[in-house]
Design a protein around this ligand. Structure first.
Ligand code: AZA
Length: 307
């Protein structure tokens, strides 16, 4: 005997570019390039178990809706657009009980021409993305809402250490007080459900600039601490980043980081006329494609009742 224990369906990789024109000067524009995933859940079991398609809102309709709501509503910031999409599906279709919406914003940065920000020209300055995940199922009281960034690639050529680690007969790693540190930052921050727990709350926070300010705070703390701290380890640095975000971003309840440790190893050249290229003489290094370290943590705000 078996039963359908969970299911969801929808459209993945819906890509769009939204252009916002200044009503006073249509030459002045903003752009937002997005990749959207929208999956639905609800009373659709018979579509799996009885080949009855009648409850299926087709994935094509999900795609069309994404485009139409992008046209008809304000998509800035992406948290607002995720709320609009999720709310649409659970209010339009009574048998659709929940939506999983992921919105990924690709980076387009306005650039200066002759010292002035150009009104409608943008630079792709990296593969970094800003993102939001929203699982909204009001009938089950599910409101999982988090934002983040991914693929913010950074490297520092000194100011990173790793020593005093556990040693055993499997250990070959040498301790170091000066190494390269490089990673592709994935960071996310969960919105505090005590402060944001309804669609209206999301719209209000969007209007108040909470999502943009928090994104800037988290990104700046990441970049600043990465540069300024003499890092004892990836673990300690990511923890320090997380606690600072919790301190400085009042709407956030949890911060998570996932950091690959992308290794660069000094190339030993002693075989060539005793050429020194290790330790303090390291100048030429080999980027290792694999393997890489992978280090993860979540830091949670302590609730006041515990203090
Ligand atoms: N953390 C680091 O920062 N560097 C490392 C580790 C680790 O866990 N393991 N090897 N090198």
């Amino acid at each position: 005997m078996s039963y359908l224990s969970s299911s969801r369906y929808g459209k993945d990789n819906v890509r769009l570019l939204k252009v916002k024109k200044d009503p006073q000067d249509p030459n002045k524009q903003d752009v937002m390039e997005l990749t959207v995933t929208c999956l639905l859940e609800g009373e659709v079991d018979v579509s799996y178990t009885k080949a009855d398609n009648s409850p299926i809102v087709p994935t094509d309709t999900v795609k069309n809706t994404t485009f139409i709501l992008a046209k008809q509503t304000d998509t800035w910031p992406i948290e607002r657009f995720a709320a609009t999409l999720a709310n649409h599906f659970v209010t339009k279709y009574p048998h659709i009980k929940g939506a999983f919406v992921d919105v990924v914003q690709h980076r387009w940065t306005r650039y200066n021409v002759k010292g002035q920000p150009h009104p409608h020209s943008f630079l792709k300055d990296g593969e970094e993305t800003r993102r939001v995940h929203f699982h909204y199922n009001p009938s089950q009281k599910i409101f999982e809402f988090k934002s983040g960034l991914k693929d913010l690639t950074v490297l520092k050529s000194t100011g990173s250490m790793f020593y005093d680690f556990h040693q055993c007969e499997y250990t070959s790693l040498q301790p170091t007080t000066d190494r390269i540190l490089s990673t592709d930052v994935t960071a996310s921050w969960k919105w505090d459900v005590k402060k944001i727990s309804t669609i209206e709350d999301i719209y209000k926070a969007a209007d108040a600039g909470v999502f943009d300010t928090t994104f800037d705070t988290a990104r700046n703390i990441t970049l600043e601490l990465f540069a300024l701290e003499n890092s004892p380890s990836v673990q300690a640095t990511m923890y320090n980043m997380s606690t600072r975000i919790i301190d400085e971003a009042p709407y956030v309840s949890d911060v998570s980081y996932t950091l690959p440790n992308k290794h660069y190893v000094a190339i030993d050249m002693a075989w060539h006329k005793g050429l020194k290229n290790t330790g303090k003489d390291t100048e030429v290094l080999l980027p290792l494609a694999n393997p890489n370290g992978l280090i993860d943590c979540t830091v949670t705000r302590e609730s006041k009742s515990k203090l």
